[in-house]
Write a new protein. Structure first.
Length: 58
C-alpha cells in the first residue's frame, strides 16, 4: 500500500466482535475482501461486510 500504516480492524462474525491488528496488503474489489498482514508472511482474509471499525495505529 502507499503509506504502509498499521491498522486495527474490528470484525463482527456471528454476533461476536474481534480486533485484528496488521497492515493492509491488498483490497479485492471483486470478492469484497481485504488481505491483512498480521505477521511477516502470515495473512488474514477479511470480508468487507464484516468490518465494523478501522483505526490507524501510530
Amino acid at each position: 500500500m502507499e503509506f504502509n500504516l498499521e491498522v486495527m480492524i474490528k470484525v463482527c462474525n456471528k454476533g461476536f466482535t474481534t480486533e485484528i491488528m496488521g497492515r493492509i496488503q491488498y483490497v479485492n474489489p471483486i470478492n469484497h475482501q481485504l488481505y491483512l498482514e498480521v505477521k511477516p508472511g502470515e495473512y488474514e482474509k477479511i470480508t468487507l461486510e464484516n468490518v465494523v471499525d478501522v483505526v490507524v495505529v501510530k
